[in-house]
Design a protein around this ligand. Structure first.
Ligand code: SAH
Length: 210
């Protein structure tokens, strides 16, 4: 169930659904998603579907992970990326296989320790997790060439925009609970430019540390 063929089928499905960046497809081929879900669900890890990870949270659907990663890296591979909403650690793992340094913030303590362990098991040592409130970002390592939100705020938090480098890109689901617009913000010479690319459904970004 976690075999090479099963993973290959997933990657083929993603390519058919419009994921074109070979680097991203290769990352999804390589990163063992079954390590980031409970053992009882491991046999379903390479289905193109979200899965529960406890604490009322879910690991995003592979298509969403692939598409958001592709959008984030479109302008080029940044040196440092910030993720908000570590969850299982899977999206961070995909990023860590593509960029030099990943910083990811999670508000639920139990998910932080679990994700740390899983990233170690996957031998990805360049992803750093902080237990904190993603609305604050991670100022010590700013600016970031890429910022990715995997929980949905009503509006893009100001502190995160401040931590976005010149030429950097932020990708986030923005909107109310249930349904959001996947939004891309680019910081160029003339300031920030926003673009909406798809409809998505993420859990809301909550205030404060859990
Ligand atoms: N990227 C994850 C899926 C994220 S689910 C993965 O690959 O598995 C959304 C996560 O965002 C949840 O774990 C939730 O606890 C977290 N979250 C919600 N609000 C947050 C906030 N303000 N700061 C940090 N994390 C937050």
């Amino acid at each position: 169930m976690t075999s090479r063929r099963t993973r290959e089928r997933l990657v083929e499905a993603l390519a058919q659904q419009g994921v074109a960046d070979e680097r991203v497809l290769e990352a999804l081929r390589r990163v063992p998603r079954h390590l980031f879900v409970d053992e009882a669900l491991a046999s379903r890890a390479y289905e193109n579907t979200p899965l529960p990870i406890g604490h009322g949270q879910t690991i995003s659907q592979p298509w969403v992970v692939a598409r958001m990663t592709e959008l984030l890296l479109e302008p080029g591979i940044p040196e440092r990326v910030l993720e908000v909403g570590t969850g299982s650690g899977y999206q961070a793992a995909v990023l860590a296989s593509l960029v030099p340094h990943v910083y990811t913030v999670e508000r639920v303590g139990a998910l932080v320790s679990q994700a740390r362990q899983r990233l170690r098991e996957a031998r990805l040592y360049n992803a750093h997790i902080r237990h904190g409130d993603g609305y604050q970002g991670w100022p010590e390592y700013a600016p970031f060439g890429g910022i990715l939100l995997t929980a949905a705020p009503a509006q893009v938090p100001a502190a995160l925009l401040e931590q976005l480098a010149d030429g950097g890109r932020l990708v986030a689901p923005v909107g109310g609970s249930g349904y959001q617009a996947l939004t891309v913000a680019d910081r160029g010479a003339e300031g920030l430019r926003y673009r909406r690319v798809a409809g998505v459904s993420f859990v809301p970004m909550l205030e404060g540390r859990g």
